[in-house]
Design a protein around this ligand. Structure first.
Ligand code: PLP
Length: 294
């Protein structure tokens, strides 16, 4: 089966130990009504989520996604998810997905206003076909995100390191990139450092050294970036995290946007300045990212 469906989940407290949570989720057709009209927190974007890549029915990097979901929930003062319960829901969804690429999303929202519990659900659907963009790369523009690199620490209520449901700004940045004739964007801090793309992490190559912006700067710590770093380190490359000035972008020997479903895509230009593209390494990274990973 390669269809779309959802599992509505009754959240169970994080400390509840059970071997079977199957009675805590219910499968519904993606087209069936499932959310209450009182689900105001979702309308406000007051919740957290994850998107997991699924290859031939194998959900990739489930533990790092679950850990980030729990981290986001903590930052948002949401009940910490019971990871064993979510893991079982993911496995149940993945077991129904057939060959090819799919995406499983985990959503935990604050729930119905004045309601007793959060609302939680998992969706499963076929992934878009990203073959062309993996091969051809993306042109990016840099966009000011309006916060300096220390804003996340100084103002934690901005939730800059949480993967919240509020992606309106990220989607607006993609539309702005398209208006400027590019395919994607890279956010810059107001003090001139490189952050992340609206839906992906950034990896730069300088010689045999790979660099990514430090996640302390109010960006998501990408599960794909972590996985790519493990792969590169195993091949003897040096990998690191740093404060990266925006002026370093066009000095890179190569650069990629990486994320769980689109995987690795080479950056071919930044604000109209061409960047060298390593097609061989990009293809190797995508072969690795398409292999089963835990
Ligand atoms: N940064 C942002 C803002 C994202 O939305 C995403 C993924 O959606 C990422 C980075 C990459 O994260 P991951 O590799 O875990 O998909």
């Amino acid at each position: 089966m390669t269809g779309r469906f959802a599992l509505m989940i009754d959240p169970v407290a994080a400390d509840v130990q059970r071997s079977d949570f199957a009675d805590t989720f219910t499968q519904v057709d993606a087209a069936a009504p499932a959310l209450s009209v009182g689900e105001l927190s979702t309308q406000r974007g007051d919740g957290v989520f994850e998107s997991i890549g699924v290859i031939d029915g194998h959900a990739q990097e489930v533990v790092p996604h679950l850990e980030r979901l729990a981290h986001s929930a903590r930052l948002c003062d949401l009940p910490v998810p019971n990871l064993a319960q979510w893991r079982q829901a993911i496995d149940h969804a993945a077991s129904q997905l057939g060959a090819g690429e799919s995406v499983i999303k985990l959503i935990l929202s604050r729930g119905v206003e004045h309601g007793p519990t959060p609302t939680a659900w998992v969706t499963a659907a076929p992934a878009a076909d990203f073959t062309a963009v993996r091969e051809n790369g993306v042109r990016v523009v840099t966009l000011d995100r309006g916060y300096d690199l220390d804003a996340a620490e100084r103002a934690p209520w901005l939730l800059l390191g949480a993967k919240t449901l509020s992606y309106a700004v990220n989607m607006a940045a993609l539309r702005e990139a398209h208006r400027r004739g590019a395919d994607d964007a890279i956010f810059l801090s107001s003090d001139g450092f490189v952050l992340e793309a609206p839906t992906a992490s950034l990896i730069l190559r300088f010689g045999d050294r790979f660099l990514t912006p430090a996640p302390t700067g109010g960006i998501l710590h990408g599960t794909t970036q972590l996985s790519v770093y493990e792969h590169l380190a195993a091949q003897g490359f040096e990998t690191g995290y740093d404060r990266i000035p925006a002026t370093d972008l066009t000095r890179a020997d190569a650069a990629w946007l990486v994320s769980s479903v689109r995987l690795a895509t080479a950056i071919t230009s930044v604000d109209g300045t061409p960047l060298p593209v390593d097609r061989t390494l990009t293809a190797a990274l995508n072969r690795y990212l398409l292999s089963p990973r835990t």
